[in-house]
Design a protein around this ligand. Structure first.
Ligand SMILES: NC(=O)c1ccc[n+]([C@@H]2O[C@H](COP(=O)([O-])OP(=O)(O)OC[C@H]3O[C@@H](n4cnc5c(N)ncnc54)[C@H](O)[C@@H]3O)[C@@H](O)[C@H]2O)c1
Length: 318
């Protein structure tokens, strides 16, 4: 599909980041858009940005993609507002977190896994019949570099997100054959971004119910210190010597720096994603860091979890 004009796209997680940038870019190409998110305010901003560009149909739908009931309701709302055919499905919503399997919080683990994996799975289940009714359709599932390399470096457990993103990648790759056999007019791509400048670090904490860093109580600061102590790294000693307020400030700035100091912006990421869709690329790496990591992992398949490999690989992506 190399012309999005007059088509209809569904985007999960369209409130901020790459989901918002996708909505804006598609609307610029005269594509109708239905977005869902857990944040009504963020969706209203996306909708206003889109409506300032074009008068194509842009609808917003409150929906937690980790709930099949919510996604099914979202699908019914889309059908009521846009008709029973869609052409593009971007399963984009995701959160970081839930890292520790051995010693971490089970609730956070399962929430992260559910948003990042079940969100994609339920999205495909709910919207596939509407895609099948189109003359040509495309599913775009967002994984991550953590869908081919399950690490954020040697000192950080990262099991929930990586497990979900590997699942998204495996599912999408297996869908290629399934669709070719059973719905050959539908294509699928798996998107694997490196570090993209979005608010994911800030949003994920909120969605997982964490107190905003600057508002953390003494007990919460103590918990953060304990967590940092259990993951010793080059910064540990420095962090341990910070006062409570300095530690709050440090945690606050981490999310902002993730957003503002990335090698690739959300708009640049979306250019890469949409040109991958137009070229029917099943595998879309996003950013030079993702390309480099992919090459390193392929060149060193047995070394990728050795301490010196992980220590040398600075991926700040969630
Ligand atoms: N930013 C990066 O560096 C990076 C790297 C690799 C992969 N990714 C993936 O890209 C995708 C988009 O992330 P982003 O960086 O734009 O982050 P973001 O936080 O800016 O956007 C994600 C959006 O999804 C929404 N969301 C979260 N949980 C949801 C739920 N349960 N139901 C519905 N909406 C929900 C959030 O409210 C937010 O609007 C995610 O799947 C993420 O895992 C991001």
């Amino acid at each position: 599909m190399n012309d999005f004009s007059g088509r209809t796209a569904v985007i999960t997680g369209g409130g901020t980041g790459m989901g918002r940038a996708l909505a804006v870019a598609l609307v610029k190409e005269s594509c109708h858009v239905a977005i869902c998110d857990v944040s009504e305010d963020a969706m209203a901003e996306t909708q206003a940005l889109c409506q300032a560009i074009s008068d194509v149909r842009v609808t917003t739908h409150l929906c937690d993609v980790s709930s099949e009931e919510d996604i099914n309701r979202f699908q019914q709302e889309v059908e009521a507002a846009h008709g029973d055919v869609i052409h593009l499905l971007f399963n984009n919503a995701g959160i970081g977190g839930g890292g520790g399997f051995v010693a971490g919080d089970r609730g956070e683990w399962e929430k992260t896994f559910a948003v990042c994996w079940y969100g994609v799975y339920y999205g495909c289940r709910a919207f596939l019949p509407m895609l099948i009714k189109s003359d040509s359709g495309h599913i775009v599932n967002t994984s991550s570099v953590n869908g081919f390399w399950a690490s954020l470096g040697p000192n950080v457990p990262h099991t929930a997100y990586a497990a979900a993103k590997f699942a998204v990648k495996g599912f999408s790759e297996a869908l290629i054959t399934d669709l070719r056999l059973n719905a050959p007019h539908i294509n699928v791509s798996v998107v694997m971004p490196g570090h993209i400048g979005t608010s994911i670090a800030i949003n994920s904490g909120k969605i997982l119910g964490h107190t905003a860093p600057l508002e953390m109580s003494e007990a919460e600061v103590r918990d953060v210190r304990e967590r940092l102590m259990s993951q010793p790294g080059p910064m540990t000693e420095l962090l341990m010597n910070l006062s409570d307020d300095q530690l709050r400030e440090f945690m606050h700035n981490r999310g902002i720096e993730f957003r503002d100091n990335a090698p690739t912006t959300a708009d640049q990421a979306v250019d890469i994603i949409l040109s991958g869709v137009k070229n029917n690329q099943w595998r879309i790496l996003v950013g030079d860091d993702a390309e480099r990591l992919d090459a390193r992992v392929r060149a060193n398949p047995f070394d990728v979890y050795d301490l010196d490999f992980t220590a040398l690989t600075t991926i700040s992506a969630s």
